[in-house]
Design a protein around this ligand. Structure first.
Ligand SMILES: Nc1ncnc2c1ncn2[C@@H]1O[C@H](COP(=O)(O)OP(=O)(O)OP(=O)(O)O)[C@@H](O)[C@H]1O
Ligand SMILES: [Mg+2]
Length: 423
């Protein structure tokens, strides 16, 4: 039997035993840093050193990963973008131009120093004696192993052979580790990209929903306010046209109506509450819808607004008060437009935790069929009250005369007078 093989089998070959120890120590380890440290601890028994590293390259021009044992230098701390093979002090090995590098004094060895070289750690850590051998997988260089000592001239050719054996043992291991890390990096990047995409998708959806809600609000407000105002102004102008002459006063009143209409339109665009509602309260705001109609219709016209809550309605949340106002506005507009009424009564009240506003007209009465197929203003009334958790009831009035619209919302508040009494 071959004497060499006999020696190994008997366990008296230190290199064979050392490499076997490395192989056993790193078996099952999956963290590159730990593999490096474990391997270096074992390899130190064969070739003493103060620093050991493994540099893995990618497509011959980039250093993909550096693992270090005993010292942590800029070689493993550097930003990935600056880890370029051409700048590496061991580029001759990484590029396959030299089978290995052996030096007794790397600090003064010109092979390690050239313009732009990443040679800082050699000086910083006083890495004097050095050995560099390639890591190969299926004949391709995938990186290099380097061992260094602070002492000068401490390695010879036999140490290079040992280091190369170690490199041959470790190459497939580090290659597998780097592939696994690359796969997990790619998976992380993919999942980050997916969550970014999801974030944008949800954001876009919310934006669309928000725009849709806003579009509906503007639509409803334009319908209930601006359209009705303009229709009333048209009625006034039509009435004036029938006269033989028009006074300055009458023209000024039309002008004023148009100015108010423009102001309200601006308010709708800017999502402001109806200004009059804010300043004077619901009762007055409803009166302000009714009073200009006196001018607009020919026949005698009466109206009355009663706030039985003694101002408590104006202490409701603004959104509730605005919704009540808009529903009442449409009910009055409908009465004025369709019912041929001569009287409208609006009553504001609170009862059993609810606030109600009723609009009664003494006109021709609404047909039941229309109620079932309501699309325009009637459906806006329903939508607005539903949004407040309330409801709207539209039916023929008491004694089957005219139409009664009652909007109910589940909110109440203290009357202004009782609050004043408490304070
Ligand atoms: N107070 C009422 N008296 C008699 N008929 C009414 C009354 N309110 C509504 N109507 C009838 O119900 C229909 C539907 O009313 P709705 O408010 O939905 O639409 P509109 O007033 O015709 O148009 P818009 O969509 O501009 O409001 C009216 O066209 C009208 O015929
Ligand atoms: Mg209407």
């Amino acid at each position: 039997m071959d004497r060499e093989l006999e020696r190994r089998r008997s366990g008296s070959d230190p290199m064979y035993m050392g490499l076997l120890a490395i192989s056993q120590a790193i078996a099952g380890l999956t963290d590159g840093e730990i593999v490096m440290q474990t391997c270096s601890t074992e390899f130190r028994k064969l070739v003493p050193h103060d620093h050991m590293d493994v540099a893995l390259i990618e497509k011959n021009d980039r250093i993909n990963q550096v693992y270090e044992a005993w010292l942590r230098t800029d070689w493993s701390n550097a930003a990935p973008s600056s880890m370029i093979v051409a700048k590496s002090p061991i580029r001759l090995v990484l590029l396959g131009h030299e089978p290995y590098l052996l030096t007794g004094d790397a600090i003064n060895d010109p092979r390690f120093h050239f313009p732009g070289a990443d040679d800082g750690p050699i000086f910083d850590e006083n890495l004097c004696s050095r050995i560099h051998v390639p890591l190969r997988v299926q004949g391709t260089i995938i990186g290099a192993i380097s061992i260094s000592s602070h002492a000068a001239d401490c390695y010879d050719h036999s140490d290079v052979v040992l280091t190369q054996h170690c490199a041959d043992l470790l190459a497939p291991y580090f290659w597998a580790l780097s592939r696994a890390e690359e796969a997990s990096r790619a998976a992380r990047a993919e999942s980050e990209a997916k969550s970014r995409e999801e974030f944008l998708r949800v954001g876009a959806l919310r934006l669309t929903e928000g725009m849709e809600t806003e579009r509906r609000r503007i639509g409803m407000d334009l319908h209930d306010q601006t359209l009705a105002d303009l229709a009333r102004i048209v009625r006034v102008v039509a009435k004036l046209r029938m006269q033989t002459s028009v006074s300055q006063e009458q023209l000024a009143s039309v002008e004023q109506a148009l100015i108010t209409c423009l102001g309200d339109l601006r308010g709708i665009i800017e999502d402001m509450k109806p200004g009059i509602l804010d300043v004077f309260g619901l009762e007055y705001a409803v009166e302000a819808i009714l009073s200009p109609n006196e001018l607009a219709i020919e026949s005698p016209f009466e109206w009355k607004v009663r706030d039985c809550t003694k101002g408590a309605v104006d202490r409701l949340p603004t959104s509730v008060r605005t919704a009540l106002f808009r529903v009442v506005q449409e009910a009055i507009n409908n009465a004025m437009t369709h019912s041929h009424c001569s009287r409208i009564d609006v009553t504001i009240s609170q009862e059993d935790g609810n606030t109600m506003v009723s609009v009664d007209d003494n006109g021709i009465g609404i047909s039941k069929k229309l109620l079932r197929t309501a699309k325009g203003g009637l459906s806006h009334m329903r939508t607005r009250s539903k949004l407040m958790g309330g409801q709207v009831a539209i039916a023929r009035g008491p004694g089957d005369i005219g139409t009664r619209v009652v909007v109910t919302v589940p909110f109440t508040s203290e009357p202004v007078s009782s609050l004043a009494a408490e304070t």
